[in-house]
Structure formats: C-alpha cells, structure tokens
Design a protein around this ligand. Sequence first.
Ligand code: PMP
Length: 458
Amino acid sequence: MLTNLQARDVETLVHPYTNLVAVRETGPLILERGKGVWVHDVDGKPYLEGMAGLWCTALGYGNEELVEAAAAQMRKLPFTHIFGGKSHDPAIELAEKLKEMAPVPISKVFFTSSGSEANDTQMKLVWYMNNALGRPKKKKIISRMRAYHGVTIASASLTGLAGNHNDFDLPIAGVRHTTCPHYYRLAEAGETEEDFATRLAADLEALIIAEGPETVAAFIAEPVLGAGGVIVPPKSYYPKIEAVLKKYDVFFIGDEVITGFGRLGTAFGCEALEMKPNSISIAKALSSAYQPIGGVMIPEDMYQAMLQESSKLGSFGHGYTYSGHPVAAAVAVKTLEIYERESIFERVRAKIPQFDARRAALEDHPLVGEARGAGLVGAVELVADKKTKQQFDPKLGLAAKCVAFCQEEGLILRNVFGDAITICPPLVISPAEIDELFDRLTRALDKTLDWAVREKLL
Ligand code: PMP
C-alpha cells in the first residue's frame, strides 16, 4: 500500500534508472534530510548512505560551509555566464585551483554541469582538434565494455553497457568498445594478471589496426570502472595500454568523474593507478554534489589546436548556459578548500586498510564470488557457485534483493550489472561507521542467502 506521497510520486515522476513497473507497486524510498554519512526517510528512519548518493557526496550531508558558500554567491550574483568574453571570479578561481591540482600537465578547464556533458565535450574536442590538425578522418573513439561514461547520446555511446544501448538505437557510429579489464571474469585458465594485461593491450592494438589507425582518434577510460561494477584493472594494464595509444597517436581521455577528488586516496584516481591520460573529465565530488558541476581539463596541445580552429571559424561553438555557473563554481572552490584544509585525501588513505580488510572478508560469505575494490570504493559480486563462478539467472535479481535487504537494515547501496552490489560511502565516513556499513551488509547478505535457500536457488 503506497503512502500519499508515494502515490503522488508514481503518478507524476519518471524515475531515472528505475524499474518503471515495479516502482508503481513498491513506491520509492523518499528521503528528507541528512547529516554526516546518514540520511533519514520521511518516517525518520536513518540509513547509512553507503553510496554517497550516486558516488558523489564526498563530504557527506549537512556541511554548513558549503551551504554558506552557495548562499553567499547567490546573494552576490546568482547567475552570470562566461560566453562571449564574459567571466566571473568563482569560475576563474576554480579553474586555477584545478590546474594546480592536476595530475598531468593541464592548460585550461572547460566547465559543464554533469559528467555526461563533460564526456560529450571530450568527444567534440577530440574531433575539433583533429579537424584543426588536418586529419578529418581520425575521429573514432574507443571505449571499453562495461565502461560508464554517461547517458547523453554521445556519452551513452561511450558507455559499454547493453542497458544503455538497447532500444535507444545506440551506440552512434564511430564508437567502438574493447575488452573490459576484469581479471576475475575474463582471465583465461592459468593466465597471470600480467599476461591478462598484455592480452588486453594486444586486443586494443588489434582493434586499432582493424579500424585503421588513421581513423582512431581517442581512447577513454575510467581509472576504476565504476557503474560497470567497480572493476580495478591489473597493475600493469595502463602502462601497456598507453604504449599502444602512443604507437598509433591515439589521444587518451581519463574519466575521473567517480575517482576524482580523493576516492582512491589520491587527488585523482590516475595517480593511484599509474595512468597518464591527456585530458580528464571531472564532476561529482568536485562540489561534493552540493551543486551540479563538471568539467574537462584540457592539455596545452589540444588548446593550441582549439585556438587555431576557432580562429578560422570566428568562435568556439560549444558551451552550456550553466558552464561555470557561479554558485556551482563557488561551492566547488569551497569543496576543494575543505579537502585541502582537512587533509581529506590523506585521511582517506588512513582508512583504506580497514575498508580493504572488511571488504576482502566478505569473500568468505557463501554468496560472494568476488569482493573487489580500491580506495573507498568497492563491489561484491554474487554467484551461485563460488568454484565455477556460475552466476544466478539475472531474472532472479539477486543483487537487487540483497540491496532491498540492505535497505531493511538501514543501509543504502546499489546493485549494478552482473549481480554486483556497489559500495562508495562519503569520504568522511568514520572507522566506526565503516564497521557499521560492513556489519549491515553482512546481515543483508545472510538474509539473501536464507531467501535463496528457501526459494531453492542453491
Ligand atoms: N562518468 C562516470 C565515470 C560516471 O560514473 C558517471 C555517472 N555515474 C558519468 C560519467 C556521468 O555523469 P552524470 O550522471 O553527472 O552525467
């Protein structure tokens, strides 16, 4: 029986990423307020927000400094744009700060309101650059199976998940997907992680050759694949991939929308994974999600090509109304200030051993095939048979069942492709709260096991 608010909800809203039929029966969980890593529903029940919203509320809830930064900017100048030679202080300050923090040489920053817009922009900039460089055929972009880069037409094409393509007539032309670096699922018998990485680099090279290197413009990768199931590539993967990219003059786009700003204990995920992209997409933790803001960090050679092309055309014909929105930029500046002042990234590093140990221990659970992750992000993959790695029938929705049990236990997590349950708490989670998170998840896994046994699924 739906509450009044739930009934109004299902009569009015189309929910993103939701089973549109089931939600009409169950109604949504309606949240009302939050503090620290905790959120409360409209009945006052507290939940540990184990996903930091959507991998984004890095500083947790109820951060008054961020609220104040937004309010102060709204009072001063709630909106002005940076089109046609205009600018404002928060955008300038934010771009300066980002250049300072950049893990690879970065010349300029282009702002967006989301990660999808950042990756759309990346694709357009690569095309724009190659037109400027006089190589109009070099336009294809290679992504990876199970990558997640967003949902706009271009970024959803880069995403490597069938659910984002089927029935949307995607991917668009000129996007290809290479092998996902998931050792647990895709390694061949007896293959070491090193051999696996070598094979994946060879796969990429074969794809580039088959397409024609003169047609391949860029490769895009999240340091750790997030929404595809939190997949951490083997250590030597990126150096091997980068050697191939260099050989064929293929631009490397890093998508740091989840891993940017401390998630792996470093400012950027690529620093933790020996990855050296040419340009970087950012969003989410850039403002701790208190305001929607993203961006593209652009290297000097790309910028020089942009200057050249736009001088031919008279103007650089790309930009969103909210590119560099002053309130979003002011909140992002404050967020970066807090990360630095409170040594948030160092404190994440100190929490990783406990997080790792609790995560790894989940592999002892009868339902867990792999408990993987890096930094303060992880996933558990549920399997019907641990030895053979046999999966449950996807129609059973076992991970979704487990996430529902988590919710019963007062823990918010998400289930993604392949019966994986993802974990990505606010970076400010305390050691006691990390234990609480894993205790609740373990109880939910036990309930899922009981259910599976009752339903004779095992
Ligand atoms: N890239 C990555 C790595 C992401 O995880 C996401 C969102 N989960 C996006 C891009 C898209 O960001 P947005 O939802 O803000 O458009």
